[in-house]
Write a protein that binds this ligand. Structure first.
Ligand SMILES: [Zn+2]
Length: 171
């Protein structure tokens, strides 16, 4: 038996996580800690890229709004015989739509890493789902995303995270 340092619950000697509060027990190398931190760092890095992209879009839209809107007007006229003046509507709507799309794509490329970090730290029942989503998002991002993906895949399917959560009460 070993006692949890966080809540005092007695657990089997071989337990990877506390039955009561799911605190991971130290196991030589603290993979849960390393992997959760790696996911947080990767999530923050992705967030910076998304914010940078949105800033770039704002600058681009402000600089080229007239050219862009005339181009759109011509497309609408050619394809649908629509005679609208987008320049008069202002670039605001177009800009907002583009920024909204970027924010949604950005959320997809950011949130799974923070969710996975939290699931690892608390051994949440949805760890595998969050882990697989972040792997799908990051595995092509060589080299760091690929490395993180293989570490995550090992952790959730063969490592400490592959053992099922002992209780569902912390959901
Ligand atoms: Zn505990």
């Amino acid at each position: 038996m070993k006692r949890c340092s966080r809540c005092g619950q007695l657990n089997d000697a071989g337990s990877a996580f506390c039955e009561q509060c799911r605190q991971p027990f130290p196991q030589g190398v603290n993979h849960a800690g390393y992997l959760a931190t790696a996911h947080r760092v990767y999530g923050c890095f992705s967030l910076l890229l998304v914010l940078g992209a949105m800033l770039g879009e704002v600058i681009f839209l402000i600089s080229f709004r007239h050219t862009l809107l005339r181009f759109l007007e011509e497309i609408l006229k050619e394809l649908f015989d629509l005679d609208v003046s987008l320049v008069q509507m202002g670039p605001l709507i177009l800009g907002l739509i583009i920024l909204l799309i970027t924010a949604m794509i950005g959320a997809l490329f950011t949130l799974p890493f923070f969710a996975t970090a939290r699931a690892i730290r608390r051994n949440k029942p949805w760890l595998k789902l969050a882990g697989v989503i972040s792997v799908l998002v990051s595995i092509m991002a060589f080299p760091f995303g690929t490395a993180l993906s293989f570490y995550t895949l090992w952790y959730i399917f063969a490592g400490p995270g592959s053992r099922p959560a002992l209780q569902q009460s912390d959901r």
